[in-house]
Design a protein around this ligand. Structure first.
Ligand SMILES: *Cc1c(COP(=O)(O)O)cnc(C)c1O
Length: 387
């Protein structure tokens, strides 16, 4: 019998999670019931953000975050090329243009220094400055938010944190998602992320007006709130559609799962750190570069990324590890190299640090339900394949 496949990322579901979803399934509300608010309250407790809108996925959260900040045709949004395509697509959904800021090879996040340089160049050249910048907390490690925030104040852009990898992480002494340095932060609850609701996401903010917009946008632009309605006093049935919104709602089944998962988030992240510490120790000495832990916070450790010294080895290592039934992956193909973005004018060489990193990158399995035998198998296979 062949060894079981070890996924690079995977959900951890226990009996309490199953019971929570079953209870929702047997209740009166499969969607738009009380479990959404309970999950949202747990998210604000965890992060310290004042407001949150749970939605159908993080891509939807990024879309309505851009809309809430009035991103539209003629605007430019900047993000990191080292991310999933959704970090850029959200701006295109709004009719805006996208540009990228290269990464810092030490953190794999958008370089705040590169951002400062690009802003200065754009201002000097009289080019359009970004309306919104979307830093992505790659692998769960926060970007240099304090620096990015000071640039936002200088250049007048707004900030959406793509914290899809980073719920449960910390920056300085605050929880990622608390929006201390940003206008809106977004989480993903896809099964490979830190906690799951199957599909799911959330947008968090400290700004009550933005929160009101996010809530409207996730549900058709429709409201029953008297202070927002144009037509008042017609009767209890009456709702007003006051702008164009979407059906981006989360269901109560998903929220029940999310709330149950959130009770275990501390253990999930501790376990990720334990496994990463074993990898750090056991993989030292191989011809690879390991990620360094941040000194300005604590990563949520969504991913454990290694970089092979010789890019020529990467494709072979990927295939050989898959043959050992080790679920490796590559995060990320630089967004600007995707055919869709090439057709919008981007070229190889535009963001060299992201491209160099991509040529060496390999994400190896890291998730809380890995057993010690799994970790041993990953280490043994990497030693065999890389030496
Ligand atoms: C997963 C992910 C998304 C999209 O999340 P969904 O919930 O699948 O829509 C966006 N940005 C980043 C960085 C991600 O990793």
């Amino acid at each position: 019998m062949s060894d079981p496949f070890i996924h690079y990322g995977r959900q951890s579901i226990d009996d309490n999670d199953v019971d929570a979803v079953l209870a929702a399934l047997r209740s009166d509300n499969l969607t738009q019931g009380p479990r959404i608010e309970q999950f949202e309250a747990a998210l604000t407790d965890l992060t310290g953000a004042a407001h949150v809108a749970a939605v159908s996925n993080a891509t939807a959260a990024l879309h309505i975050a851009c809309l809430a900040l009035d991103v539209g045709p003629g605007d430019v949004v900047w993000t990191s090329p080292n991310s999933f395509v959704a970090s850029a697509n959200c701006a295109v959904y709004c009719g805006a243009d996208v540009d990228f800021v290269d990464i810092d090879p030490a953190t794999l996040n958008m370089s705040a220094t590169a951002l400062a340089g690009k802003l200065e160049n754009a201002r000097n050249a009289g080019e359009t400055l970004p309306k919104v910048v979307i830093p992505v907390h790659f692998a769960g490690r926060s970007c240099d938010m304090s620096h990015i925030r000071s640039l936002a104040e200088e250049y007048g852009f707004r900030i959406i944190e793509d914290a899809s990898h980073a719920i449960g992480g910390q920056y300085r002494n605050s929880a990622i998602g608390g929006c201390e340095y940003s206008d809106i932060a977004v989480f993903s609850f896809h099964p490979v992320k830190i906690i799951t609701t199957a599909e799911g996401g959330a947008a968090l903010t400290n700004d009550a007006a933005l929160a009101e917009r996010l809530t409207l946008l996730r549900s058709h632009g429709v409201t029953r709130a008297d202070h927002l309605k144009v037509n008042r006093g017609e009767g209890g049935w009456h709702y007003d559609q006051i702008r164009l919104g979407y059906n981006y709602r989360m269901t109560d089944l998903q929220a029940a799962l999310g709330a149950s998962q959130l009770t275990r988030i501390g253990g999930f992240i501790d376990r990720r750190h334990e496994i990463a510490a074993i990898y750090d120790r056991e993989l030292a000495g191989l011809p690879i570069r390991l990620c360094e832990a941040p000194t300005d916070g604590r990563s949520a450790l969504h991913l454990y990324v290694i970089q092979v010294d010789d890019p020529a080895v990467r494709a072979h290592a990927y295939e050989a590890l898959k043959a050992h039934r080790i679920g490796v992956n590559v995060h990320y193909i630089p967004i600007h190299l995707q055919p869709f973005y090439r057709a919008r004018g981007f070229n190889p060489g535009d963001f060299p640090a992201a491209e160099d990193y991509y040529s060496r990158a390999l994400s190896i399995p890291l998730h809380p339900s890995m057993e010690s035998e799994d970790i041993d198998r990953v280490v043994a296979a990497l030693r065999k394949v890389l030496t």
